[in-house]
Design a protein around this ligand. Sequence first.
Ligand SMILES: [Zn+2]
Length: 145
Amino acid sequence: MSKTIQSACHCGNLQAAMTTDKEPGDMWLHSCQCDFCRSHNMRSLSDCEGRIEIRVRDESRLNRYHFGMGMVDFLICENCGNYIGAVQEVDGQLLGIMNANLTENEGKQFGEAKQAFFQTETREQRSARRKDVWTPATLSIASVP
Ligand SMILES: [Zn+2]
């Protein structure tokens, strides 16, 4: 039975919805230990067999932040500062993760995130990992903010 997990930044400018067949406790949930993710207390949620739809109301208030190897767009709201998730295109397919903390009840239903250390990976290893575990995604911008 598929269900949809909704999330939104504090002001509502950025919204994400994940469609999944998995139970909350069975989803991929990791807390990356890089300084950026730790500063947001990030818990990254994914289901490689699901789908993520990210919607942006006002693109002028979307910060596609890049750091490190610059492979990923970290999607941050410029109104409220929340970090809704991240996307990268791999082999022509947009893939993403979303921030479990911005889902209902702060995403407590997903349980404890596994600590993850990705900093030693090469570019190729990163793309391969994301292809395995990130979720096929779409990002759409509202035509009228
Ligand atoms: Zn916001």
